[in-house]
Design a protein around this ligand. Structure first.
Ligand code: NAD
Ligand code: ZN
Length: 360
């Protein structure tokens, strides 16, 4: 039999450009079903009292819900939002618009899915468990790097695992890429989330799942990351390039997979609540063995931008916590298989992972 190739959805509509956010009202208009079916804007609360809030095109009974991204999205948070939206309105909303970083983009995707799919978000963590299309949903990134704006997953912390809802219905119906929205991101956060993109490229390009499709996006994204983090750019150029690097990085992993840093970062996130971007950086600095060139480039980037990663994160872990961290990391089989091939278990042992975690 011939090989079965995966048939992936892509974001069907995207608007790109400085100031393009102001077109959002026109973009949403034809998607409004009637005046009682609102658009719900889930917005990072970092924008509270900021001019961006005034620019959100609310009409009729539209709602803006401000949400903190201090913690990464949780399945119970998604369930609570869905319950609130269904209780507040007699009808399904016309759309869900996520405005913020990976946290808000993932929340918007998950809420849109759970408005039309019964039960809890935790029922759908995994691969292709969603059967009903989501409510119309739009992603508006305000920080670049995760690729959540293009991916077919929404990563959620559930009662017993941190795992994405990976499905054909997860992908946004519309994305608005306005590089001006990323103005004002604090420098450390810019670096950590930007490195998420850089690490996506390194893990994709050095993985066993690599193919010409992924490579074409991964190489472009990596070039842009190098320009942004090792070159000289105006602030505007840098924002524009990183926004497109994030997009291409996300496209690259769509048809391949991430690798060692992500698997181990999931463990850090699950046990200690370490966030995705910084968690990837904390792990990646000790992965010379797996990604020698990537790690040496990463260290140059750290130096150039005078970023000091925190130390002693795993210093006071109990044995039980260390074991959980290792179990979570080793549970990410597709990531390890991409990184090291089918026989990954002969290379990656609990002892080896403990030795890396202990350095962090
Ligand atoms: P984030 O969304 O948590 O935002 C990071 C910080 O930047 C927050 O404090 C936020 O308030 C602030 N911020 C965002 N935009 C800002 C702006 N314009 N000005 C000032 N501050 C701003 O972080 P992130 O790194 O973008 O996303 C991490 C999340 O993305 C994690 O939950 C991770 O699991 C998820 N993720 C998802 C995918 C996917 O494909 N779905 C891929 C990678 C990561
Ligand atoms: Zn990532």
């Amino acid at each position: 039999a011939s090989e079965q190739y995966r048939n992936f959805p892509m974001v069907p509509r995207v608007v790109y450009g400085k100031g393009s956010f102001d077109q959002l009202g026109d973009i949403l208009m034809p998607k409004r079903r009637h005046s009682e079916a609102p658009m719900i804007f889930l917005v990072d609360d970092v924008f509270e009292n900021k001019p961006l809030l005034e620019r959100i095109p609310t009409i009729f009974c539209d709602q803006i819900i401000l949400i903190s991204s201090n913690e990464e999205p949780k399945t119970e948070q998604v369930d609570a939002l869905v319950k609130k939206i269904l209780a507040d309105f007699g009808d399904l909303p016309s759309g869900i618009i996520g405005i913020g970083g990976g946290t808000l983009l993932d929340l918007a995707k998950a809420v849109a899915l759970l408005l039309t799919n019964k039960g809890s978000a935790s029922d759908y963590q995994g691969w292709d468990l969603v059967n009903t299309p989501a409510v119309y949903h739009v992603g508006v990134p305000t920080i670049s790097g995760t690729g959540a704006e293009v991916s077919r997953t929404t990563v959620l912390m559930g009662p017993d695992k941190k795992l994405g809802i990976n499905s054909d219905y997860t992908t946004f119906d519309q994305v608005v890429l306005d590089p001006d929205l990323t103005e004002g991101v604090p420098k450390d956060q810019w670096f950590y989330t930007g490195m998420d993109c850089f690490i996506h490229c390194i893990e994709s390009l050095n993985g066993t799942f690599l193919n010409a499709f992924s490579k074409s996006y991964g190489e472009k994204s990596l070039d842009l990351c190098k320009e942004v983090f090792l070159g000289t750019n105006s602030a505007t150029d840098s924002r524009e390039k990183l926004m497109m690097a994030s997009w291409h990085g996300g496209m690259s992993i769509a048809y391949s997979q991430v690798g060692v840093a992500h698997a181990m970062s999931y463990g850090l996130g699950y046990v200690l609540g370490v966030k995705h971007g910084i968690g990837n950086c904390l792990v990646f600095q000790y992965l010379e063995e797996f990604y020698p060139e990537g790690v040496s480039m990463f260290k140059k980037m750290l130096q150039k931008h005078a970023i000091e990663l925190p130390v002693g994160i795993c210093a006071n872990l109990s044995d039980a916590e260390m074991n959980t961290m290792i179990t979570v990391a080793m549970g990410m089989a597709p990531l390890w298989e991409n990184a090291l091939g089918e026989n990954w278990k002969t290379i990656v042992t609990p002892k080896k992972l403990a030795s890396i975690y202990k350095k962090i």
